[in-house]
Design a protein around this ligand. Structure first.
Ligand SMILES: NC(=O)c1ccc[n+]([C@@H]2O[C@H](COP(=O)([O-])OP(=O)(O)OC[C@H]3O[C@@H](n4cnc5c(N)ncnc54)[C@H](OP(=O)(O)O)[C@@H]3O)[C@@H](O)[C@H]2O)c1
Length: 132
């Protein structure tokens, strides 16, 4: 995840954050690693997206690595072609402004296929896979 997501979530996640896994935070302002309950650690990575992904893959072993956000972080991994699947949760509310998740991508058009749709009254959860 990016440092802005971490900074905005840190307080409300509390002592037992929902991740329950090692988390790697992209930042220009590294700090010591907090160890939380439930298996969550936050490692601050100052060497860029490839280093963070390498560390996350090593921690994940055979399981998947998730890019949590925010927009800047997701855009960098999309631009580098390192994302296999994209999960979007669309909620029934119009905000009228906000950050552009896909703004400024220069890597050109890429095709996606729908892998799963889960519709609930609170959100529609869309899972897409990039077509190779
Ligand atoms: N809806 C969702 O699921 C969801 C999920 C996540 C976040 N969000 C929201 O998205 C917003 C944050 O998005 P964002 O795009 O502003 O921020 P972000 O991606 O969370 O973080 C951006 C910050 O991360 C650090 N960073 C990013 N790339 C880096 C790199 N390559 N090397 C070193 N440091 C790097 C920089 O922080 P420093 O220079 O300060 O270290 C940068 O300002 C928040 O409002 C959050 O609530 C929503």
């Amino acid at each position: 995840m990016g440092r802005t997501m971490y900074d905005t979530g840190e307080e409300c996640w509390g002592d037992n954050p929902p991740f329950r896994a090692p988390v790697f935070v992209l930042t220009h302002r590294p700090r010591p690693t907090p160890v939380k309950e439930g298996g969550t650690t936050f490692t601050f990575v100052g060497e860029g997206i490839h280093s963070a992904l390498q560390q996350a893959k090593a921690a994940a072993g055979e399981t998947n690595v998730e890019f949590a956000g925010g927009a800047s972080t997701v855009r960098q991994y999309l631009e580098a072609g390192l994302v296999d699947e994209l999960q979007l949760h669309v909620v029934p509310a119009l905000l009228g402004d906000g950050l552009r998740l896909f703004g400024g991508l220069e890597s050109g058009r890429r095709s996606l296929e729908v892998a799963r749709v889960v519709d609930t009254p609170l959100a529609t959860r869309l899972k897409h896979r990039f077509v190779k």
